[in-house]
Design a protein around this ligand. Structure first.
Ligand code: CUK
Ligand code: CUA
Length: 624
């Protein structure tokens, strides 16, 4: 009964009790773990999945010393970081700080990473939702990962050679970037959806005039990470994915009413999905059909825009049931799957028909009724779609072609439903965003864990559940629960062979001056500045001690001269708020002011050898 309050929480929006029953599971049964699986099967009941709570027949164990087969990249939500998790073991392998600072690695403390965060807007947190791997020919190429910051309208890039953030773009004119994807098949752009409507420019003008607020769609260059152009649209933008041919980007959207409160945002019964015709937008930019705002060409993609009146509109508006959530394009690029959220359906948009038809209703290829609260869809590459059902707390597997054949609103395409625990957001299968998904495993990112783990105080972890799907012929099987610290939204999986992570730095990749043991020393660079250079190796720094004057600006450069994998040294300076890691063959610098005379023991924070505890240097700050 405690679960009866799980609803959409929207005033005036009621999904009748009968809708709940019809979809196979009463809301009140959401918290019960078993016993309803017979109700949750397919249309004819034959494929009903017997949910097992323990003793699953498929193992996800990776034996000690063995490696996982897939890298999983998880967004970390408002923690600002990414997490790397091995599949199928679900073991956390590492974390990659992106919009946050990180004491363990010194991200945000060293000069280069501090500058990266400062030039990327200077915020100390971000809210990353949608990690995307760079693609070549519609497949992951293992070069980069791109991720949005919903909080501050930014897009960051992570270098997958070193697993570190190497660029953050604070996109002009946009307050929140929610949807984020790369333009398939060759990562021509990183695309972002501006979720919140605001005046353009947002400089105080029109602040109280919501009619003049606007939402923007942006294209960022994946190499230079510079903002290329933006398109303004009607209504709010939510999630985006692209077709496989480099032409269409499909965005879900809500609030076509352009209201500023929830009552207004839910007044009408339709919203418009936006289909951005990328080459047509590029043409408009080339023709000078834009207004420049804060240095960015902004093209008018609103419904009344002249650019939308001809036979090649830059944005097509496709009516869908109210407030759809996600858009995912299937592996062969035929359809975009728009999950209904408030509607128990998924709307399938035919991308080929988009090009020809002027009647937006013609482009709907199917609309199966999948269950309550559909949010996200993923694919096994064998003709099946898997949709997360937030309200029903289920993953529903359905047949894509059967949905095209069936009447709108039909439940016939449904093959089976699997209970998840509880309230799933994203759902992701192996390599599902490529043109050739791998099947086998699916992860359901459940927002609530409730009773699934030992209580750890009022803030409980999410529950990411591993589900075996095989190649789609067999029933889904729940295999593992995995607690997640707040708050992953989405994840993406790449086969291990597609990622070539370096084990030591290649110093030729970096501009910094590599320091040898002979270079270690203190160089006075000005009346009030010194440059201290020192190496690190097991179990000593290149300088056992060094002296600076009170008030000196100290630039401390450290090179880890180890050539061996996994021998990291740390540089911790007590009472100076400094700690950072230096990996083998890497050079890192910090700059700080030596304000307080005294003796400071610099010590190594990474357990590097039997004499790790003895590894230290002494900074002497002489009184002025
Ligand atoms: S979102 Cu979090 S449940 Cu940012 Cu893709 Cu859908
Ligand atoms: Cu070097 Cu511990």
């Amino acid at each position: 009964a405690e679960d009866d309050d799980i609803s959409l929480g929207l005033p005036g929006l009621s999904l009748g009790r009968r809708d709940f029953m019809k979809a196979g599971v009463a809301a009140g049964a959401m918290g019960s773990v078993a016993g309803c699986s017979a109700l949750t099967g397919g249309g004819d009941g034959s494929a009903a999945n017997q949910t097992t709570e323990s003793g699953s027949s498929v193992s996800h164990t990776v034996e000690p010393g063995e490696h996982d087969e897939y890298y999983g990249f998880w967004s970390g939500g408002h923690s600002g970081e990414l997490r790397v998790i091995g599949i199928p073991s679900m073991r956390e392998l590492t974390r990659i700080p992106v919009f946050n600072t990180d004491c363990a690695t010194g991200y945000g403390f060293t000069d280069d990473t501090k500058e990266l965060l400062e030039e990327g807007g200077g915020y100390s947190w971000g809210d990353n939702h949608h990690p995307n791997l760079s693609e070549t020919d519609g497949d992951y190429d293992g070069e980069y990962l791109y991720v949005n910051d919903k909080a501050n309208g930014r897009i960051a890039r992570v270098n997958l050679t070193y697993f570190e953030t190497d660029a953050i773009t604070d996109v002009p004119n946009m307050q929140a970037i929610h949807g984020c994807c790369v333009l398939s098949p060759d990562t021509k752009y990183v695309l972002g959806n501006g979720e919140f409507r605001a005046p353009l420019p947002n400089d105080g003008t029109d602040a109280k005039n919501p009619d003049n607020y606007t939402s923007l769609f942006v294209a960022v260059d994946p190499e230079s990470m510079e903002t290329q152009w933006q398109v303004k649209v009607d209504g709010n933008l939510d999630i985006v994915d692209t077709g496989k041919e480099g032409r269409w980007a499909i965005s879900s959207a809500y609030n076509s009413e352009e209201a500023t409160d929830i009552q207004g945002m839910t007044r009408d019964d339709r919203d418009n999905v936006k289909a951005f015709d990328i080459p047509a937008i590029e043409q408009a930019v080339e023709n000078g059909n834009y207004e420049e705002v804060n240095g960015v060409p902004v093209v008018d993609g609103t419904q009344e825009s002249s650019l939308n009146q001809g036979d090649r509109p830059i944005v097509k508006y496709i009516p869908t049931p109210k407030s759809p959530h996600c858009v995912e394009v299937g592996p062969n690029g035929d359809y975009a799957f728009v999950a209904g959220k408030l509607s128990p359906t998924v709307t399938m948009i035919d991308l080929d028909a988009l090009a020809d038809s002027s009647d937006p209703e013609d482009v709907v290829a199917g609309r199966p009724r999948v269950g309550l609260g559909p949010l996200h869809t993923t694919f096994d590459g064998n003709g099946h779609a898997y949709t997360s059902l937030f309200i029903d707390s289920q993953a529903v597997k359905w047949d894509i072609e059967a949905a095209v054949e069936a009447d709108e609103g039909s439940e016939d395409p449904i093959i089976e439903k699997q209970d998840v625990h509880y309230n799933p957001g994203h759902i992701q299968a192996l390599e599902a965003m490529t043109t050739d998904p791998d099947g086998e495993w699916l992860v359901s990112l459940n927002k609530l864990s409730k009773d699934r783990f030992l209580p750890v105080g009022p803030i409980m972890p999410d529950n990411d559940q591993l589900i075996h799907i095989g190649q789609g012929e067999e029933s889904m099987e729940l295999v593992a629960d995995h607690p997640a610290y707040p708050e992953p939204h989405d994840c993406v999986f790449a086969h291990k062979d597609k990622i070539d992570a370096k084990k030591v730095y290649d110093k030729s990749d970096y501009e910094e001056t590599y320091i040898t043991e002979e270079d270690s020393g203190v160089e006075r660079t000005g009346d009030n500045s010194v440059h201290v250079k020192m190496t690190t190796k097991r179990s000593e720094y290149g300088l056992p001690d060094f002296t600076v004057q009170e008030g000196d600006e100290v630039r401390l450069s450290t090179t880890n001269i180890e050539g061996v994998q996994d021998i990291i040294h740390g540089v911790a300076i007590p009472e100076h708020d400094i700690n950072y890691a230096v990996a083998p063959q890497d050079t890192r610098e910090v700059t700080f002011t030596a304000d307080d005379p005294g003796v400071y023991w610099i010590y190594c924070t990474y357990f590097c050898s039997a004499l790790h505890l003895e590894m230290r240097s002494r900074m002497i700050v002489e009184p002025a």
